[in-house]
Design a protein around this ligand. Structure first.
Ligand SMILES: Cc1ncc(COP(=O)(O)O)c(C=O)c1O
Length: 452
């Protein structure tokens, strides 16, 4: 029998996260205070995050130990499987070998639980009573609410309105884990009310939902804020994906030539690729590393690399990243988790250094790839993950056209079981592509902070 799964025993769950910061050939640009535009210190972030996570954000250690209680919860689904997509290879008639790391086996359905559990645990240790957060597709909200339930924390989720309406079952799942869910923009916060005053029918965006969640945390000393992507410590927690994948590829006796992940804020991509980039920096890996984003929200491929706010109401510090402007509201594509105006500073930086490249994919191509994958492999991917699937298939077809085999590894970041309305719409022909929203992005970019 040809092997399909390359699995590790439970005691191979990584004992430490890999921190790429000390290995970078050039350091990240400093994070700046939104008012003074001077580099911030740990104390500036203390109202929002516990000190342990703030210190991870700037750590110079190569490895950060994963606490035992976090590993114990990871043990419910980690190590996650590495699969060889043999039936997809056959369907494509490609000489390429295609592997995927499957993060949809987590109880919340995606990679997001890897950092949710860690963030909830460090907050609990620090005495936090409640976490506030945003969610796009609902994957992050499900993950954080489950993690909060595990450690006895309350959880308040601002869910981007377009997803709140598109995905009632995600909302129900978040509530089943005990969190409260509010559609964003809402009238509960100053930031939400300001948006609603100008755009009463606003679909919302991750940038707006972040403003609401940050505002709630900043005003309540018992509440801290948790972010599902973008920040260094979030990307750090996701490195369990790549650390496991490296061991599993060794089990398969193969090495990736191309590594692919979809990018919203950058965390599942970073989780898979950062351990490989660590090797690449040391000259021990030649793989091409490809980030895949939606054409409707193309921060890496079309946005300048510059300082910008992480949220729409400008409550967060300024970070240097690829951005479409913090007031840009992306079209209501079904991949809600990819509708963020910026990209993780760390992902932006590695793309800028030429260690990784980026491509943009249209919504219909992403769904067509997802259906092809589902019919071959029997897993319906999350709409976000379809973007990675589309690029993996495109790469396999290039291998076929060139008559050159290669090994492709991609991250299947989540399943799409709560996204079936998107598949219904796609099959009914009612989804459409969105052109690059040039005028709106130009307007949003005109509002970039002017000090630079
Ligand atoms: C399944 C899935 N994949 C990918 C993403 C994109 O986020 P990130 O770029 O942080 O991995 C999301 C975000 O919600 C998601 O739910």
């Amino acid at each position: 029998m040809d092997p399909i799964q390359y699995n590790l025993p439970q005691d191979r769950i990584p004992r430490a996260w890999y921190n790429i910061l000390p290995d970078l050939p050039q350091p990240l640009a400093p994070v700046l205070h939104p008012a003074t535009h001077k580099p911030i210190g740990p104390e500036d972030l203390a109202p929002l995050f516990p000190m342990s996570l703030i210190l991870q954000e700037v750590s110079a250690e190569h490895e950060i130990e994963i606490p035992d209680p976090v590993r114990q919860i990871y043990a419910q689904w980690r190590p996650s499987p590495l699969m060889r997509a043999r039936r997809l290879e056959k369907a494509l008639d490609t000489p390429a070998r295609i592997y995927y790391k499957y993060e949809g086996v987590s109880p919340a359905g995606s990679h997001k639980l890897n950092t949710a559990v860690a963030q909830a645990w460090f907050n609990k240790q620090d005495g936090t009573k409640r976490l506030s957060t945003e969610t796009g597709a609902g994957q992050w909200g499900s993950a954080l609410s489950m993690a909060c339930a595990s450690f006895g924390l309350e959880c308040k989720v601002f869910m981007v309105r377009v997803s709140y309406n598109q995905k009632p079952y995600r909302r129900a799942l978040i509530e089943a884990f005990g969190a409260s869910v509010t559609p964003s923009p809402s009238s509960e916060t100053e930031s939400g009310r300001a948006i609603l005053a100008d755009h009463p029918a606003s679909n919302g965006s991750l940038g707006i939902a972040i403003s609401e969640a940050v505002e709630v945390a900043a005003k309540d000393p018992q509440t801290k804020y948790a972010l599902g992507s973008v920040l260094n410590h979030v990307l750090l927690h996701q490195t369990v994906i790549g650390l496991e994948a490296m061991e599993q590829m060794a089990l398969a006796g193969d090495e990736p030539d191309v590594i692919i992940g979809c990018t919203g804020g950058g965390s599942n991509f970073a989780g898979l690729v950062l351990p490989y980039l660590g090797r690449k920096i040391k000259g021990r890996c030649n793989a091409r590393v490809v980030a895949v984003e939606p054409s409707a929200c193309p921060s890496l491929t079309k946005g300048p690399f510059t300082y910008d706010y992480g949220d729409t109401a400008h409550l967060t510090p300024l970070v240097k990243m690829h951005t479409l402007g913090s007031t840009f509201i992306p079209p209501g594509i079904h991949a809600g988790g990819l509708r963020y105006h910026g990209m993780a500073p760390l992902v932006s930086h590695v793309v800028d250094l030429g260690l990784a490249e980026a491509v943009a994919v249209q919504q219909l191509d992403a769904f067509s790839a997802g259906i092809r994958f589902a019919r071959a492999e029997g897993i319906v991917p999350a709409p976000e993950a379809n973007h990675a699937v589309a690029e993996a298939i495109a790469e396999a077809l290039r291998a076929k056209a060139e008559g050159k085999p290669r090994t492709i590894l991609f991250n299947l970041s989540g399943h799409g079981h709560f996204d079936m309305q998107a598949y219904i719409d796609y099959q009914a022909g009612s989804l459409r592509d969105y052109d690059y929203p040039e005028e709106e992005i130009a307007m949003a970019l005109a509002g970039l902070p002017s000090f630079q």
